[in-house]
Ligand binder design. Structure first.
Ligand SMILES: [Zn+2]
Length: 389
């Protein structure tokens, strides 16, 4: 059905255009908003008055406008008008962030969890952590506007159902309805890499980039793809499972049931296994990272071996999608340059887009907060997206 242009629809649409302009490009004067949107000064004035009275926008001060000597008042988005909560559910941890509405972190809580494989227990712990974050939220006109959650697995984002998370061993968990009932707030969920891609595009290294891919290297490998500014979900909402592309049909068995998936060669577990093979002893990822930083040959080779396989997978993504930017999120911290350098070299060797339209490959900017900030950004996206067309 085509939406007709009734008055309230147009008003809400214009309001969201002005508000989002101030969120991403403010502070701006009323005259500048009129120039950039093409809306009349009267319309801008009425929208701005409303936004100021609702505390979404505040007047910042004066700036000389060119030529005529008059001074214009600058308007800026007020991120303290409310707060939002972003959650990352990991395989062995839960991270909860309290943020303002510009996605600036107010408080981080993390706890390790041994029983994520028991959904009821994990949901209970997550709910307690979120309630405590809500209690810590500063007083504000809107209060906490919602909770976003990033999940390492297949998610039906529309229904809020975790369809299948092999590393958590969750199937068909109705997480959104469970949590909404316990918290009394809107809850949004998505795959962790989709959330990460959104977070990086809105608030991280992907600002202003229309075609980008975010890969998260953890227990598994997640991929969030944004093309023409749209997160690609596919027909059933499960697009982006490139961690399960087959690298070797007779390779080791993957958590998904197939053999030789990219994930079995390039995830954190692959790094730990490779290090054990080379050094004869098993160490944790943080120990291997530390060793690699101090020049240890086995630790360096373990990280580079995983990165080289990752590069092979990413070269296929680059050939297939031609993104401007690939962002990699990992937990190897200061040793992440080893991953970036090796991936970069492998992709340059193997992709067609070089030298015509080279893809930049770099670390995610939001680091180990990418997923949780991304999950919060999904709530912000819903809150500020304006009326549906
Ligand atoms: Zn697999």
């Amino acid at each position: 059905m085509t939406r007709t242009g009734d008055q309230s629809y147009i008003k809400n649409l214009n309001r969201s255009i002005v508000l989002n302009l101030l969120r991403y490009q403010g502070p701006l004067s009323r005259v500048e908003i009129a120039r950039r949107t093409g809306l009349t000064k009267a319309t801008i004035s009425s929208i701005v008055d409303e936004l100021i009275s609702e505390k979404y926008v505040s007047e910042l001060g004066h700036v000389s406008s060119s030529g005529v000597g008059r001074r214009a008042v600058l308007l800026e988005f007020n991120p303290a008008v409310g707060s939002v909560i972003g959650v990352e559910l990991g395989v062995d941890f839960i991270k909860v962030l309290l943020l303002d509405l510009s996605a600036r972190v107010i408080k981080i809580t993390e706890s390790s969890i041994q029983e994520t494989q028991n959904p009821e227990y994990a949901v209970g712990q997550m709910s307690e952590m979120v309630k405590s974050a809500i209690a810590d939220a500063p007083d504000s006109p809107l209060g906490v506007i919602g909770v976003g959650i990033g999940i390492p697995g297949l998610v039906d984002a529309k229904r809020g159902v975790v369809l299948n998370a092999p590393n958590l061993r969750w199937k068909d968990v109705h997480l959104k309805s469970l949590l909404q009932y316990q918290l009394g707030l809107p809850v949004v969920l998505d795959n962790e890499a989709n959330a990460g891609a959104m977070g990086e595009q809105l608030f991280g290294a992907g600002k202003g980039v229309s075609n980008m891919v975010y890969l998260s290297i953890g227990t598994g490998i997640g991929t969030g793809i944004i093309l023409n500014n749209q997160l690609i979900r596919g027909e059933g909402g499960i697009a982006g499972e490139f961690g399960h592309m087959t690298i070797d049909r007779s390779g080791p068995k993957c958590s998904c049931g197939n053999h030789g998936c990219l994930e079995t060669y390039a995830s954190e577990k692959a790094m730990l296994d490779r290090y054990e093979q080379l050094a004869g002893t098993r160490k944790s990822l943080s120990e291997i990272t530390r060793l690699a930083q101090s020049g240890d040959a086995s630790a360096t080779a373990a990280i580079q071996s995983a990165a080289s396989y990752l590069g092979i997978g990413i070269a296929s993504l680059v050939n297939g999608l031609n993104p401007a930017l690939i962002l990699i999120g990992s937990r190897v911290g200061p040793a992440s340059h080893l991953i970036i350098d090796t991936v970069d070299e492998t992709v340059r060797d193997r992709s067609f887009t070089e030298p015509y339209s080279p893809t930049r490959i770099q670390n995610s900017a939001l680091g180990d907060l990418t997923c949780a900030i991304g999950a919060a950004s999904l709530v912000l996206h819903d809150h500020f997206s304006g009326p549906a067309a």
